[in-house]
Write a protein that binds this ligand. Structure first.
Ligand code: HBI
Ligand code: FE
Length: 288
């Protein structure tokens, strides 16, 4: 492999000249972005911004507009933080990539959202396993403008930071099925809309989550979600639908240690499972 292609293939997060702090934050290396990075940002930003009209929930679209993100360049985190701090007191911090659970939750508990600094390559446009800058900024940051969702994210961080490692599996399901892949009822016409970051940052899943007959769509229930396994390598087998951000922040206003103690003794459900007690919105036609 030639030197150039080996550099191109090297994962960006290990670029050696970046000094990372003990809390895994680093100064956003603005000089490290290439023309290719800005081109990939522009392509993803313009494609998703158009696709999400009528599909993403209104608070997401309002947050995206409030951030005044330039379409043609990777955003400067310090500029986003001016809008974010004024709206909800949150700030984003640059990180090299996935950070340890405990570190991640402690940032959330302090109203700091860790954002991967590097951009995916053009050949990873439609899918990459690990969150990159586009997934984190475009997927997660707009809803942090919304005060109720911003409070939910901090409360989630506090609950997870206080939980034992064995209970993080239960709490990670809540994050997965709500923060990453959640759907929500539109306040005006009661239609299903997207709020999960993993969906809004994916062209194909933005369509699949709302339109495909394959997956189940069930009313959100905290205990049900915390007992439901998920797949990280396919589209979701089940999407959970919340009625509002107020509803989800009330849902976690429980005696969480007692709930975790109860749930850790109970069996889990497969990702595609449907139960009699589920609030069935759509039973998927999927073949497991
Ligand atoms: N680190 N940078 C980063 N981004 C994440 O989304 C993230 C993480 N570490 C752990 C983690 N997420 C999970 O624990 C949560 O998704 C539950
Ligand atoms: Fe994410």
């Amino acid at each position: 492999m030639s030197a150039a292609s080996s550099i191109e293939k090297q994962p960006r997060q290990f670029e050696s000249n970046l000094s990372v702090n003990p809390d895994f934050t680093l100064a956003q290396p603005l000089e490290a972005y290439t023309a290719a990075d800005h081109a990939v940002w522009r392509q993803l930003f313009e494609r998703q911004s158009a696709l999400l009209q009528g599909r993403a929930c209104t608070p997401f679209l309002e947050g995206l507009a409030a951030l005044q993100i330039r379409p043609d360049r990777v955003p400067v985190f310090a500029e986003l933080n001016q809008q974010l701090a004024a709206a909800s007191g949150w700030e984003i911090v640059a990180v090299p990539g996935l950070v340890p659970d405990q570190v991640f939750f402690e940032h959330l508990a302090q109203r700091r959202f860790p954002v991967t600094w590097w951009m995916r390559r053009a050949d990873q446009l439609d899918y990459l396993q690990e969150p990159d800058c586009f997934h984190d900024v475009f997927g997660h940051v707009p809803l942090l403008i919304n005060p109720v969702f911003a409070d939910f994210m901090q409360r989630y961080g506090r609950l997870a930071a206080a939980a034992s490692p064995e209970d993080l599996t239960l709490l990670a399901r809540l994050y997965w099925y709500a923060v990453e892949f959640g759907l929500i009822r539109d306040k005006v016409d009661d239609s299903l809309r997207i709020f999960g970051a993993g969906i809004v940052s994916s062209k194909s899943e933005s369509l699949y989550s709302l339109e495909s007959p394959a997956p189940n769509r069930l009313g959100f229930d905290l205990e049900r979600v915390m007992r439901t396994n998920y797949r990280i390598d396919t589209f979701q087998k089940t999407y959970f639908v919340i009625d509002s951000f107020d509803a989800i922040i009330q849902a976690v206003d429980v005696d969480m240690p007692a709930l975790l103690a109860k749930l850790r003794e109970l069996p889990t459900f497969d990702a595609g499972h449907v139960m009699h007690s589920d609030r069935l919105i759509h039973r998927g036609i999927q073949r497991d």
